[in-house]
Design a protein around this ligand. Structure first.
Ligand code: AMP
Length: 444
């Protein structure tokens, strides 16, 4: 199969040739004809599957065939993305695919001045890529009208819900014309996403290119149990031992990112960090330097790392496990792309056992544990498996102290006192799903 047999027009084929895309990926092979035929789509596709071209190519073709006729302060197609980085990346791809077409494209997101964006929208744009908050701001300030909108793409819809954009999505939904094409892409398909799809899509074609919620099998994954306080030391040890060259590291919090970057830089290691507190320009510069291999270790929070597309990234390290299990799939999706093999190593302490269990249940696999000599944890990480069970092995009861005073007794407890171990076996992200009361969609 070729892109030509999928019915794409010559200017798009020429752009793809320049980019070196020879064969459509599975998601492209399914999505392109369906979108060209005007259908709604509900696609479960991980990052790295080529999903962006899957929706962008047919979208560009449909808009071109109709002729450029966008009105002032309008957009004909809207691509909603959860983060600025993803918006930038999607826009860059769309612009590359559109290089021989008479169409205009633009990206808007928060964290930067709104005025230049308002100016740019005056003439209207054919394809607008946006994060939800900034889109609403522009709409409310009358810089953008959506009555000409004919296609809406929700990219990484699961992530938008995880980031708490359900209110924004509900607001945007009310701003949209009833008659439109809607394409929903999501790495994972939770029940919340299915509910959202039920409300926003009209008789969608379902595409699932990778098994539901199963991490890419080209990624070799394992876990190193360790005490929390020794994680930085273990990281440096593994890095030197494995001679890691380019590593993307995930930490749970902004402070965690800063602390690890400080520690690494203090040791003379070429490291940088990205998180939501840093200005957009600083984040982009760190990403660009990492992509150019000028930075060896990039430490990131989940939010900041979205949209990061680096070819052949060999290794991802989870310095902390993600609170939302589905983020584990997004994180390790940064490696093992396009058929390359990759490695994902997680440093796991006893506090994180329930997160580990939730990840194993979601990915339906028990992650191999590799104990690192000299780093065996004092606080044992209880056994877990893909069933979601945390096996609590009681510790040997300690002999009571001779003094027999009021000291803590530890009989039958599987973690030491002072260690926080959540008791619920599965960690569920708190998500709100927008409720739409607008009645059934009109038929196209
Ligand atoms: P995505 O899943 O859209 O983030 O795409 C992942 C990467 O695959 C991007 O770097 C794309 O440029 C690349 N890509 C997408 N489609 C193809 C294709 N058909 N052939 C080769 N590379 C592709």
């Amino acid at each position: 199969m070729t892109f030509a047999t999928l019915g794409l027009i010559e200017p798009l084929l020429r752009a793809l040739e320049t980019l070196g895309y020879q064969t459509p990926t599975p998601v492209q092979a399914q999505a392109i004809p369906a979108v060209l035929a005007g259908r709604d789509l509900m696609a479960a596709a991980q990052t790295g599957t080529g999903k962006t071209a899957g929706f962008a190519l047919p979208l560009l073709q449909l808009l071109t065939m109709e002729g450029p006729k966008v009105a002032a302060n309008s957009a004909r197609a809207l691509i909603l993305c959860p983060t600025r980085e993803l918006a930038e990346q999607v826009h860059a791809s769309v612009a590359e695919y559109a290089q021989h077409l008479p169409l205009t494209t633009y990206a808007v997101y928060g964290g930067v001045s709104i005025n230049p964006q308002m100016m740019k929208l005056r003439k209207g744009v054919d394809i607008l890529v946006a994060t939800p908050g900034r889109l609403i701001d522009l709409f409310r300030q009358n810089a953008l009208k959506l009555n000409q909108l004919q296609t809406l793409v929700l990219d990484e819809a699961d992530r938008m819900l995880d980031l708490g954009f359900s209110e924004e999505l509900a607001n945007i939904y009310r701003m949209l014309p009833k008659k439109r094409q809607t394409l929903l892409f999501s790495a994972t398909f939770s029940d919340d996403i299915r509910l959202l799809a039920g409300q926003m899509l009209n008789d969608p074609l379902s595409i699932e290119v990778s098994p539901r919620n199963v991490a890419a099998n080209t990624v070799k994954q394992w876990v190193v149990p360790v005490d929390k306080k020794r994680k930085p030391e273990l990281f440096v040890h593994l890095m030197r031992k494995g001679r890691w060259k380019q590593v993307l590291v995930f930490a749970k919090t902004r402070n965690g990112v800063d602390a690890l970057v400080d520690k690494l830089q203090g040791l003379g290691i070429n490291a940088d960090g990205i998180h939501g507190d840093k200005p957009q320009a600083t984040r982009q510069r760190a990403l660009d330097r990492f992509k150019a291999s000028e930075v060896q270790i990039l430490v990131a929070t989940d939010v900041a790392a979205r949209g990061l597309d680096i070819e052949d990234l060999p290794l991802v390290v989870n310095f902390d496990l993600p609170i939302v299990a589905e983020d584990y799939i997004h994180r390790i999706g940064r490696t093992g792309r396009a058929g390359n093999t990759g490695e994902a190593i997680s440093l796991v302490c006893a506090d994180e056992v329930n997160m580990l269990s939730a990840i194993e249940m979601l990915t339906r696999q028990t992650l191999t544990r590799k104990m690192e000599p000299d780093f065996e944890p004092e606080h044992r990480v209880p056994d877990t498996d893909a069933s979601g069970q945390v096996v609590k092995k009681p510790k040997k009861p300690k002999k009571p102290k001779a003094s027999g005073g009021g000291g803590k007794r530890n009989l039958g407890k599987w973690v030491d006192s002072g260690e926080v171990a959540p008791t619920e076996p599965s960690i569920k992200p708190v998500r709100k799903v927008p409720v739409f009361n607008t009645g059934p969609r009109k038929k196209k």
